[in-house]
Design a protein around this ligand. Structure first.
Ligand code: ZN
Length: 292
């Protein structure tokens, strides 16, 4: 019995990465299908290797989290990429991604890319709003600036990249995995010819962790969030929510709100709070729409 991580799954065959860095191709036991459990890339699995025939996935270890799009389990970190030039940053999307990371119990890593052609006002907003709570990174996939630090932050974690299109997520992945990226280009072409083969997400081992090859993380709907989960998306609130006068305070216009107090003391970036309000209202609207 050995334990490893599923890094790839194609047509019922799973590549399982073992601690010694070797990869074993396995089939899942039939009972997974009976129990309607689909092994996911990212799953930790117990496997057995018979003398002949295929190795088998016997058991999946409990998942820390699981995403549907892309289908992957046990993500540790969501790398949220923003461009320092075009396209103009959608800060609301950034904050929704941070909230979603909190919901999945995944650490957010904020990365400002395209530093080589930066718009200083974007850099300023990025640092003003995110420095306090997120230790964000400034990088350029083109000049290579900040890539060593980014690599360090990916070490021993399972990371998934996210962000608006054209912010340079793929260029960052290419810069981190020059050889593998070429291989993927080849695979993608093959897939186009193959009949309706859906391309599966794949984990690329990296410094004791791994990076999901597809930067296709998509937001899911933000309804049905408890106030506590919503608060978790704003780590700069700190303990303030516990000190609000009313339990379940939404930090909008309630009296005795400790979050509003932080804001008035300048201890909370205004942009972050404004987007908190926008997101809280959006969730409220959706809830009303659903139950009224
Ligand atoms: Zn409050």
């Amino acid at each position: 019995m050995e334990q490893g991580r599923i890094v790839k799954g194609v047509g019922g065959f799973f590549s399982v990465l073992l601690a010694d860095s070797s990869v074993v191709i396995c089939k899942a036991r039939g009972r997974f299908r009976n129990e309607r459990v689909v092994p996911l890339v990212g799953d930790l699995a117990e496997i057995s290797m018979p003398e002949s025939g295929y190795a088998a996935i016997d058991k999946l270890l409990p998942r820390k989290n699981a995403l549907l799009r892309p289908p992957v389990a046990n993500i540790d970190q969501l790398v949220i990429v923003v461009a320092a030039s075009a396209p103009k940053p959608d800060w609301l999307l950034v904050d929704k991604l941070i909230l979603q990371a909190a919901q999945l119990r995944v650490a957010p890593l904020l990365v400002l890319n395209k530093l080589d052609e930066c718009d200083q006002s974007v850099v300023d907003t990025f640092l003003e709003d995110y420095s306090a709570a997120f230790s964000p990174l400034l990088v350029s996939s083109k000049s290579g600036e900040g890539l060593d630090e980014l690599s360090e932050r990916l070490r021993e974690r399972i990371s998934c990249f996210a962000g608006q299109s054209a912010v340079g997520k793929s260029s960052l992945l290419n810069a981190l995995f020059p050889g593998l990226a070429l291989e993927t280009g080849g695979l993608a072409k093959k897939t186009e010819r193959g009949r309706h083969t859906t391309r599966q997400a794949e984990l690329w081992p990296f410094l004791g962790g791994a990076v999901l090859d597809t930067p296709g993380f998509s937001l899911f709907e933000l309804d049905e969030l408890s106030q506590q989960t919503l608060d978790a998306g704003w780590p700069e609130f700190g303990n303030a929510p516990q000190n609000c006068r009313f339990a379940g305070c939404r930090h909008l216009s309630e009296p005795g709100c400790a979050v509003k107090q932080l804001l008035s003391q300048g201890a909370l970036p205004r942009g972050r709070y404004e987007r908190y309000v926008e997101i809280a209202m959006e969730i409220e609207q959706r809830r009303k729409h659903r139950y009224d």
